[in-house]
Design a protein around this ligand. Sequence first.
Ligand SMILES: Cc1cc2nc3c(=O)[nH]c(=O)nc-3n(C[C@H](O)[C@H](O)[C@H](O)COP(=O)(O)OP(=O)(O)OC[C@H]3O[C@@H](n4cnc5c(N)ncnc54)[C@H](O)[C@@H]3O)c2cc1C
Length: 382
Amino acid sequence: MSHSLDYFDATHHEVRQRVRGFVERQVKPYVEIWEAQGEFPEELYRLAAEAGVLAVGYPECYGGTGGDLFAKIACVEELMRCGSAGVVAGLGSLDISIPPILFLGTEEQKMRFVPPVLKGNRISALGVTEPGAGSDVAAISTTAVRQGDHYVVHGSKLFITSGLRANQLTCAVRTGGEGYHGISLLVIDSGHPGSSVSKKLEKMGWLSSDTAQIFLDGCRVPVENLIGEEGKGFYAIMENFQNERLHLSIMANMTAQLALEESITYVREKAAPSRPAPTLQGTYHKLADMATLVEASREFVYRVAAKMNSGQRQVMEISMAKNFSCMVSDYVTEEATQIHGREGCLRRCLVERLCRDNRILSIGGGTREIMKEVISKLLIDS
Ligand SMILES: Cc1cc2nc3c(=O)[nH]c(=O)nc-3n(C[C@H](O)[C@H](O)[C@H](O)COP(=O)(O)OP(=O)(O)OC[C@H]3O[C@@H](n4cnc5c(N)ncnc54)[C@H](O)[C@@H]3O)c2cc1C
């Protein structure tokens, strides 16, 4: 896998080495066990923090190690080399739940909610999705009614990554009327009375990440936990989606990259020595197509990221990048399974896990169809 020198400098390389070391020592040897158990140990958050992995890309004043979008990209790419998107999603739940606090929160809130998470002492999750509201975020029905110096919250949040273990939930609630204007953000502590969690949801992929439903039954949250003004939550959630979509695009590219690498190894070591040469041409051509698409997708996503890094709004382009990278990872994981034949159907085969984990990428963070809605609206309106 070649990295363009235009995008990555020495500081990014240092992040890459640091995260690679963490993955080699603390993650890779245990991934198969965690996948079978359906979770990674909670201690991994602290180990990741000690290794300087969780804090990549966050401001130093809140306990971060600094760095731009390409530091984060280097970090996610190396984490994905562990072969389990579930581990990456579980450790990465802070990357969808902390940015809205940094975006809208007061200085006091940032100091209270961010450093403990970056140190691995507290686990943070994002609560937007509900049983009755997925793609249509503006339809959420969890209410937060102010009573004196508390909000009383009623409702539930579904499919929450790290939901089972999270100490704090950056949660979308309705403080006002219908539609997106009525949505606000509250940080809800798992210890607040009235908050409880379901059993872990059993998923097809991302097996190591815990995913749960959170019930908020008259949950009392201090007003100091309101992030930004009432009614500004939707705006922060939409802003947050841009980085999440970049994150998922990088995960898709790495899923495809790993599937390609596994396929090359399989062809070299198993298919080529055992099959007559004339029957191999189709397989070699599959590898050629897979490699071409992986290269194109990686360069496209880097280019969009570079524009985001320089402060340009890339709402349409990052939606295109997410759909394109997921299309490529769908194709490449499918072809990788085909190349592996029966081997690709076995649980112990990495390609099998990549296929299952991959399926979630074009659903989470905005589905393929919602990306097309965003792209087509911006095409027509501009
Ligand atoms: C493993 C996993 C982890 C997740 N983690 C989190 C988390 O940490 N926090 C969180 O808040 N959420 C999380 N989610 C939820 C995720 O954000 C939603 O699944 C996603 O937004 C899609 O919503 P939905 O599943 O309800 O699908 P729906 O909105 O019900 O959509 C179903 C289908 O209809 C299509 N559709 C819906 N509306 C339209 C439309 N307007 N135009 C065209 N087609 C449409 C969709 O594209 C999709 O194909 C997670 C999901 C998964 C699978």
